[in-house]
Design a protein around this ligand. Structure first.
Ligand code: GDP
Ligand code: IMO
Ligand code: MG
Length: 443
């Protein structure tokens, strides 16, 4: 039986019938893992295309359909729908081995990946990028970023330095060999002489990469042209962000960020269509906040509250299995996220995780010296000294995971949602109350 005929799929189409998507960006408004996979899948039943525009397999996007759980790192979440074409745009970085394995895993579950398209201009994560990511992190000691060690930073570094190897370079054997040779001359020196690592052999890489030729040539395409034409044909297109706004290379908590622009502007650049083409930006945020890796986190709860969120919310990294740091929702940073991304909607996830807490706090300002700051401070020294100013709400005990109508939520849960909505001044139209595809409340 085809995966696509499953009852769950039909149900989810019924749930969101009538929604017009056009061109919608779905992105993380926090430090990643907000539930973008679930939210993209939720909208994707109506989408013709789902486009990834940045990041690589540092992303881990979870989709739960009945008893099945999928963790996608590279293939856009729209792949779950037969009608949807998944596109990996030029702003992404690709680990061939991971992509191939992910496609095979999906195929083994009867999910069709034959429509997948990959930009000629996306960059390849090479073996030396992964080794350097490990070695650089190790050398930083307690100042490490806490990267996913997937080679993301070194790969984007090469792209910016114009040393990268793109999909189209790989498809031309001479160009690939030449660029690989030049890169290895430099990278092997760095690996050996600076970090004391083992150099990489040219022939081994060439041999290994031969096995990806067939797959890559079958999916490589001018995706900018394809997406542009799809816009002209009024297709419904979702742009699926990876990571989150506070991990953005320009606007996040630098240097504790990822190496790409995770914010809405990059949906245009990273997919190759102009900025006037976008109609909606959906910011995904948890009802609390989490972060993996190092870096400032003003509302972090290193106590029983944080432990409660970790346990109840199963806050362990999809990619690395690391325990996520958790804390209260921070409306100062969420408002910043609205500014950076032009958020037109908020999709709140994991409200169910807060059930059972006696008191729920939300950060409405930062105290710096004797002043209250409400605009997210860009200067590190100020951010480091900020203390959270909280507003307090009563909790609720009820299990809300089976609730599908807003009115049926406990009064305190509604108060909490409406306070966030008013503070951020962005409508909260969707609330997720569980990991499963259909555990949503549409207001
Ligand atoms: P992404 O990287 O933004 O796609 O998020 P991840 O998939 O890494 O992490 C989100 C986790 O929360 C996944 O395990 C989801 O299955 C789960 N999840 C998503 N929405 C909800 C929700 O409303 N409630 C609960 N309890 N879990 C959720
Ligand atoms: P999704 O798409 C959460 C974090 C890492 C580290 C920093 C830099 O699932 O939300 P990198 O490997 O990108 O150089 O690591 O960014 N990070 C993420 N955190 N969710 C992600 O992706 C992340 N991708 C990277 O933990 O702090
Ligand atoms: Mg994730």
């Amino acid at each position: 039986k085809s995966f696509y005929t499953s009852e769950m799929h039909v149900l989810s189409i019924v749930v969101i019938q009538g929604e017009k998507l056009s061109t919608t960006i779905v992105l993380g408004a926090q430090w990643g893992d907000e539930g973008k996979g679930k939210v993209t899948d939720f909208f994707a039943s109506k989408a013709d295309l789902v486009v990834r525009f940045q990041g690589g397999n540092n992303a881990g996007h979870t989709i739960v359909i009945g008893d099945e759980k999928f963790a996608l790192s590279m293939v856009p979440s729209g792949v779950m729908y037969e009608s949807c074409t998944p596109v990996i745009g030029s702003g992404c970085v690709i680990d061939f081995e991971v992509l191939k394995n992910e496609i095979e895993t999906l195929n083994n579950k009867n999910i069709d990946t034959t429509k997948l398209k990959l930009s000629y201009n996306a960059h390849i994560i090479m073996p030396y990028h992964k080794i350097l990511d490990e070695l650089i992190e190790e050398s930083l000691g307690d100042k490490k970023i806490g990267t996913t060690k997937k080679g993301i930073g070194p790969c984007y570094g090469d792209k910016i330095q114009r040393k990268g190897i793109r999909i189209q370079d790989f498809l031309s054997e001479d160009k690939f060999n030449e660029r690989l040779k030049n890169n290895l001359e430099e990278k092997n020196q760095i690996i050996e002489k600076i970090y004391g690592g083992t150099p990489i052999k040219f022939d081994e890489v060439v041999n290994e990469y031969k096995k990806y030729k067939e797959l890559i040539s079958s999916i490589a395409e001018d995706t900018s042209l394809f997406i542009s034409n799809s816009v002209k044909e009024n297709k419904e297109i979702l742009f699926e962000g990876a990571q989150g706004t506070l991990l953005d290379i320009d606007h996040g908590t630098y240097p504790f960020v990822t190496s790409s622009n995770t914010s809405a502007g990059n949906a245009a650049t990273g997919s190759g269509i102009g900025p006037l083409n976008f109609e909606q930006v959906v910011g995904v945020t948890k009802a609390y906040i989490s972060r993996v890796g190092t870096g400032p986190f003003i509302t972090e709860q290193e106590n029983e509250i944080g432990d409660y969120m970790i346990e109840k919310g199963a806050e362990f990294g999809t990619v690395t299995g690391r325990r996520r740091r958790c804390g209260w929702l921070d409306l100062v940073s969420l408002r910043y996220s609205k500014r950076i991304n032009s958020l037109s909607q908020l999709f709140i996830t994991k409200l169910d995780v807060l059930s059972g807490l006696e008191e729920i706090k939300v950060c409405v300002g930062y105290k710096f010296e004797d002043k209250k700051i409400t605009d997210y401070p860009l200067i590190d020294e100020i951010l480091d000294e900020c203390e959270p100013v909280y507003e307090s709400f009563g909790g609720w005990d009820e299990d809300i995971s089976k609730i599908r109508k807003y009115d049926a939520l406990p009064e305190n849960a509604k108060k909490y949602i409406e306070f966030i909505e008013e503070f951020i001044d962005v409508p909260i139209k969707y609330i997720s109350v569980g990991p499963e595809r259909n555990q949503n409340i549409i207001r």
